[in-house]
Unconditional design. Structure first.
Length: 89
């Protein structure tokens, strides 16, 4: 199950609007501090949790580096894909 390009756009927007968000956050810290607390006890990853009522079928696989900056990663994913794309990240 995946996360859509539009959901990545919304996630990036939401992170930037959060007064506690640090724009220097790397993927490792993002997963530890953002993803795990939101998915804890659900038995689901973030993409499935976000789309639990209608899981999205993936059409693109996206890889990342754990030390990579989250904002830069999301911005590049958005810039290099098309509307309607769904990712396994």
């Amino acid at each position: 199950w995946g996360i859509s390009r539009e959901q990545c756009q919304q996630l990036l927007h939401d992170l930037r609007m959060d007064p506690h968000w640090d724009p220097k956050t790397c993927m490792y810290d993002f997963v530890s501090e953002y993803v795990k607390p939101r998915t804890k006890g659900s038995g689901m990853g973030l993409a499935l949790l976000m789309n639990r009522d209608a899981p999205l079928e993936v059409n693109k696989m996206v890889s990342h580096c754990w030390a990579e900056n989250v904002e830069e990663f999301l911005a590049q994913v958005i810039l290099s894909t098309e509307p309607g794309d769904v990712f396994l990240i």
